[in-house]
Design a binder for this molecule. Structure first.
Ligand SMILES: Cc1ncc(COP(=O)(O)O)c(C=O)c1O
Length: 385
């Protein structure tokens, strides 16, 4: 049977994070820190906006690129954030960041094409390219002087070996690496000179710490006609993972292509959800600031407690909400994640879920309450000390 389905699809790997989750689901008292989402539900003012939209019968089909008022609100939000005017023709509403990645790939990649991805990386970015018959070449972040670092010469060599696009996720899931502006400028200059598309996953751009409030982004550098697609999402900033709403910012001449692709995929996010998105953007700044402060406190807690264990190596994450740490003497991260689940009832994601370059590491999502994190740390101390 499987021999007759699409060949690229038949080869897709199963998610290792789900493997751990499925093992843990039947167990009692597990602290689940395997997935990437906050522990709080969507703020009330956003929920009420959806309820209002439903009672106002916002239940009909809308244009494929999105409700015009939402696209306008996104354009204004991006203009405000990056201090440059963004025309509404560059904005398409998507059914999540994941859908934004898929739309970007479908727009750019032909079967057989290569996308270079800076990794370790959230696995969906790799597999979405594979669904389309393209392949991903990973250029690894390395630990240099206590920081995650990308070797630009290595990156440029990988791009120059026939890549059509670069996918860059900064701040990065799982490492917390954040590209600095000078690095982005160098990468942008190289890609622009060589006609390489840049697909930038900025879903964690506002979850950055140490006195910062916004990660550097290609959105600050690119002109509308540059080969740049910025992918973003409502999931992380406004606790809306289950709503499935995001957007992409692309060159204006892709607007019609993106409308066609949206039409043939899902014909756009739910209408009342789009209306709630307008309110999230307009009234959500206090919530974003509060979330950032809460996540920073949790990052510091995890960094202090894990860092005090002799066998643990952890670079302080600059953004996103994950601790990606190594355990001395452990080289099989899937087996280790299973052992920790079994012995300590803490659910972590194995580093190999983020590619071969993640072997030897585990990812812990610290978007949980400090009490739960402290309990998880107590348990980890017992098995990893
Ligand atoms: C790097 C990265 N990009 C995109 C997403 C997609 O988020 P969503 O599809 O919920 O918008 C995630 C979710 O974990 C992520 O970690």
């Amino acid at each position: 049977m499987t021999a007759e389905i699409n060949k690229s699809v038949a080869k897709l790997a199963e998610s290792q994070i789900r493997q751990i989750m499925e093992m843990g689901q039947g167990m009692e008292g597990v602290i689940p820190l395997w997935f990437g989402e906050g522990d709080e539900a969507t703020p009330e003012f956003i929920k009420q906006a959806a309820v209002r939209a439903l009672s106002e019968d916002k239940t009909f089909y809308v244009p494929n690129n999105g409700v015009p008022e939402l696209r306008q609100a996104i354009a204004e939000y991006m203009s405000r954030l990056y201090g440059r005017p963004v025309a509404v023709e560059r904005i398409t509403a998507t059914t999540s960041g994941m859908h934004g990645i898929m739309l970007a790939y479908q727009t750019i990649l032909d079967p057989g094409d290569t996308v270079v991805i800076i990794g370790p990386i959230w696995p969906n970015a790799v597999h979405a390219a594979e669904v389309l018959g393209a392949s991903a070449r990973i250029v690894a972040l390395r630990e240099v002087d206590g920081e995650w670092s990308i070797d630009l010469d290595e990156l440029f060599a990988a791009l120059d070996a026939g890549a059509k696009a670069l996918f860059i996720n900064s701040p990065n899931n799982p490492t917390g690496w954040m590209a600095e502006r000078a690095e982005l400028e160098a990468i942008f200059t190289h890609c622009r000179k060589n006609g390489i598309w840049m697909l930038c996953d900025d879903v964690y751009a506002r979850l950055v710490y140490d006195g910062r409030s916004l990660a550097p982004s290609i959105a600050e550098l690119a002109y509308p006609e540059d080969r740049v697609i910025i992918i973003n999402s409502f999931s992380k900033n406004w606790n809306m993972t289950g709503w499935r709403l995001g957007w992409i910012m692309a060159p204006p001449d892709l607007l019609l292509t993106l409308a066609k692709l949206t039409e043939y995929n899902i014909a756009g996010p739910a209408t009342f959800v789009q209306h709630a998105g307008i309110v999230a953007l307009g009234d959500g700044e206090a919530h974003v600031a509060r979330s950032r402060a809460a996540f920073e406190e949790r990052r510091d807690l995890v960094y202090r407690r894990l860092g005090s264990l002799n066998r643990i190596g952890l670079i302080k994450p600059k953004g996103a909400f994950y601790a990606f740490f190594s355990v001395e003497g452990e080289h099989n991260s899937l087996a280790l994640a299973k052992k920790i689940l079994h012995d300590a009832a803490v659910g972590l994601a194995p580093g190999t879920a983020f590619g071969e370059v993640g072997e030897g590491y585990l990812r812990l999502c610290f978007a949980a309450s400090p009490a739960l994190l402290n309990e998880a740390m107590d348990r980890l101390e017992r098995v990893l000390a």
